[in-house]
Structure formats: C-alpha cells, structure tokens
Design a protein around this ligand. Structure first.
Ligand code: S3P
Length: 176
C-alpha cells in the first residue's frame, strides 16, 4: 500500500479503538490511540488535564499530538472524538492519510456510552436523559467536520474484512 496512515474518527463510543486494534492486527500495522498517547505524553489522565487546563488547553495539546502522529508511518490512528472539530485537524488528517468517519446514530452511541462515560470528562456527570440530549446536540454540531472524512461508513454494519476491502480499493483510487 502507498497509504501510510489511516485515521478513524467519530463520536465517543463509536468503536474507533476496537476497530483500530483489529484492523492494525490484520494488516500488520501499529495501532495508535491518540487519547492514550496524550495521557502518556502528559503523564496525566485526560480528565485531570481538562480540570487543570480546561477544554481549550486540551484542544491545543490534542492538536499537537495529532501533528506528531501525522508523521508516523504504517499506523492506524484512533482519534479523540472531538479532535476533527478543532484547529485545522481535518486538513492535517486528510493531507497525510485516509480518514474514515465511523457513523452511528445517537441512540446506538447512547447505548454504548451509558456504560463507558466515567473516564470521559464531557459526559462523566450526565444523567441518562442529559446524555441522550447531549449526544444528539453534539453530533449535529460535529457532523459537518466528521463529514469531511475521506470515507463515511455505517459503522454498525461493517466487518473488519469489509474495512480492509474498502481501504484497499481507496488506496488504489487515490494518490497520496
Ligand atoms: C472527547 C473524546 C474522547 C477524549 C476526550 C474528549 C470528545 O475521546 O478525547 O474525552 O470531545 O468527544 P474518545 O472519542 O476516544 O472517547
């Protein structure tokens, strides 16, 4: 493949890490989780970073992590759910690789996030009804950015093999 990096993007709970790990194993690349890399580099959790520097501080530091990973090779990158919507991050991704938006409905995201919200500062303290409303509103706000991805896929319906086929044909079609 000429392609050197693939960015998985989408809302919290859209399965970027699970898919990214499986895909990376299948094509013998490394999987980089931007959130984990962030926590390693800054030696603190994202929740603590939010507390200390606020969301603005987090978004700037997250942009710097993205610029770093955009220079790595043979990597599948699981991006933070909000990262496509700040700075020129979608351009950074699209200029350095293939970006794939894992699209899911607010209802499916809600089912997934209700059990996995604690470590995510934007949703950690929300009640169930607040959470559903938050997901619907934020998704509306974020989709114009997510839709700039090179590929938009229905993440509920595809298998790892489907993604591999899609990536291979996109690699043949596009000049990187
Ligand atoms: C965020 C999503 C999180 C993490 C941070 C903010 C967001 O990543 O970057 O909590 O703004 O949607 P995941 O999408 O990997 O949960």
């Amino acid at each position: 493949m000429r392609l050197k990096r693939i960015y998985l993007l989408g809302f919290m709970g859209s399965g970027k890490s699970t898919l990214g790990n499986a895909l990376a194993r299948s094509i013998n690349w490394s999987f980089i989780d931007m959130d984990h890399l962030f926590e390693d580099r800054h030696a603190m959790t994202i929740s603590s970073y939010f507390e200390k520097f606020g969301e603005d501080g987090f978004r700037l530091a997250e942009h710097e992590i993205l610029v770093n990973v955009s220079e790595m090779e043979n990597v599948i990158i699981g991006t933070g759910g909000g990262s496509p919507c700040f700075y020129n991050n979608m351009d950074v991704m699209n200029n350095s690789g293939l970006s794939i938006y894992l699209k899911l409905s607010p209802e499916i995201l809600f089912e997934r996030l209700i059990h996995a919200k604690q470590q995510r500062p934007l949703v950690a303290n929300k009640t169930e009804s607040e959470l559903l409303e938050f997901i619907a509103d934020k998704l509306k706000e974020r989709e114009p950015f997510y839709n700039k991805a090179g590929l938009v896929v229905d993440a509920g319906r595809l298998s790892v093999d489907d993604y591999i086929q899609i990536i291979k044909s996109s690699d043949e079609l596009k000049a990187y």
